[in-house]
Design a protein around this ligand. Structure first.
Ligand code: CO
Length: 503
């Protein structure tokens, strides 16, 4: 374990070129330590998340592999530190909406980016789904993703319950790949730099080689970014990567403040897929970092070729454009992530209670406090949001409890950052005992039963994982594929799928 390797680097509060410019360290909030005065120029690495978060944030994750393929030569030439191109919602959306095999997309990306570090976003024990899967599913998923071309796994848990990351991190390391431990950023009375440092320490112990501050709701102010990065660099010592969204208008400033405090890397999306509920533009990050005296290796000519491609592609996905631009004061004040707000709007519409949005926005923080202040990210954002809507619409709090809320109080999602409201927990569980161990410890292996259930499809490992994660849409997708394969075989085409099939 090399948690002390960053000790020297942790003093990197000074940027500039020996001209006496020292940012951050001399501000006097904690006082400069001995040795902090050394000046040196530092690089700022930039990663591109266009192919994952960019379209997930802006176009409901609808961009097809075909529309990514032609951008890959430019992305490869751009020399990003890494390219996040898979995972998160993309696996589900590829199957559900694009009628595509997500494993084939990974293969296309791998071939198109031969020397680039390909990164995926892995939701710990939730993998790329919305519940905890058994350890055998985690092991096989990580193994196939590693073989399929993922170099670097950014692993996180919605509750920052590190127990939910143990298995997936061990699996990544067992496959000889790299781990970046994600810390979900949020604000609450129990979230302090020290509490995040504690998560960072655990992630380092498990074998993360770097840490990501994952601010999906764009809540991190520049001042908070500076303080948190400084704490992580000093007390954990691993390199820090910043992932923050432009939702509230903090992101570019937060990235630069983080860089001044010693962050090594920032995430962005290519210009046409940046801003709003997405991330800062990689172009902007590169230019402002260079202007601050940081060396940036990104090739902006190649980025412009990537941007030109996605400017054209954008028009095709107009129907899915979340249309978010500019800052939403409601999100800023309530600290409810933009994606959660749009879910709440549609949920209230379904319940015929659209006019009660203001009450729901007031209820969300109450429910969140009772649930122990979970960060609001998939799936906790849906759990808190749905329950808050129920509480308002029924007029009697927790008279109706969603299945997810019950599971949450049972401990099936893990341990929240603060204790849950025990009285409420007892009421919801009605005598049932909560689970205190790692949630996946109570899950029996799932793959043998999945293989048996879908034996008629004779699935490959990758197909088996599709079935284990998304049984219904997976089955429909694979049945269609088998029909196309038989038709191709009957027509004398040797097992290969006809172009474009199965849709
Ligand atoms: Co994000």
């Amino acid at each position: 374990m090399d948690t002390d390797r960053g000790e020297g680097e942790a003093r990197g509060l000074c940027v500039g070129r020996g001209d006496g410019l020292c940012l951050g360290g001399s501000g006097g909030t904690t006082g400069a330590r001995e040795g902090e005065g050394a000046m040196y120029e530092r690089a700022l690495a930039i990663s591109d998340v266009t192919l994952r978060d960019g379209h997930q944030s802006m176009f409901a994750t609808r961009v097809s592999t075909e529309d990514m393929r032609d951008a890959l030569p430019a992305v490869e030439a751009a020399r990003y530190a890494s390219v996040e191109a898979w995972g998160g919602a993309t696996f589900d959306a590829a199957l559900r909406f694009c009628g595509e095999d997500p494993w084939e997309r990974l293969s296309v990306i791998r071939w198109g980016l031969p020397t680039t570090t390909v990164r995926m976003l892995l939701r710990g024990q939730n993998l790329v789904g919305y519940r905890h899967y058994a350890d055998d599913v985690v092991d096989l998923f990580v193994a196939r993703a590693a073989i399929g071309g993922v170099d670097l796994f950014r692993v996180f848990d919605a509750l920052n319950d590190v127990r939910n990351l143990e298995r997936s991190i061990a699996a990544v390391l067992a496959n000889g790949k790299r781990v970046e431990g994600g810390i979900c950023y949020t604000t609450s009375p129990v979230h302090t730099p020290e509490s995040f440092v504690e998560v960072g320490r655990r992630l380092a112990e498990l074998g993360s080689e770097q840490l990501c501050i994952k601010d999906m709701a764009g809540l991190m102010t520049p001042a908070a970014a500076f303080e948190l990065v400084r704490a992580l660099r000093r007390k954990v010592g691993l390199p820090v990567v910043i992932h923050t969204h432009t939702t509230n208008g903090f992101a570019e400033a937060a990235c630069m403040a983080a860089a001044e405090a010693g962050a090594e890397e920032v995430d962005g999306a290519v210009g046409p897929f940046s801003g709003g509920s997405s991330l800062p533009a990689v172009e902007t990050l590169a230019v402002i970092a260079q202007a601050a005296g940081r060396s940036v290796q990104v090739d902006l000519d190649a980025v412009e070729r990537e941007a030109a491609h996605f400017r054209n592609v954008r028009a095709k996905y107009k129907a899915f454009d979340t249309g978010k631009s500019g800052v939403d004061g409601r999100v800023l004040r309530s600290q409810i992530p933009g994606g959660m707000l749009s879910n709440l709007i549609s949920q209230l519409k379904d319940l015929g209670a659209s006019e009660r949005m203001a009450e729901v926005l007031d209820e969300v923080p109450r429910v969140r406090a009772e649930m122990g202040y979970p960060p609001l990210v998939t799936p906790s954002s849906q759990i808190v949001g749905s329950q808050a809507a129920m509480n308002v619409v029924t007029g009697a709090r927790y008279s109706v409890v969603t299945a997810e809320t019950r599971d949450y109080f049972r401990g099936l999602y893990g341990r929240p950052p603060a204790p849950m409201d025990e009285g409420l927990r007892a009421k919801v569980l009605a005598g049932e005992k909560p689970i205190l161990e790692r949630p996946a410890d109570v899950l029996p292996p799932e793959l043998p039963a999945t293989r048996e259930k879908f034996a008629a499809l004779d699935p490959s490992d990758e197909e088996l994982l599709i079935l284990a994660l998304f049984p219904q849409i997976g089955q429909a997708y694979l049945e269609k594929r088998r029909t196309a394969q038989s038709a191709a075989a009957a027509g004398g085409v040797s097992g290969a799928l006809p172009a474009g099939a199965p849709a």
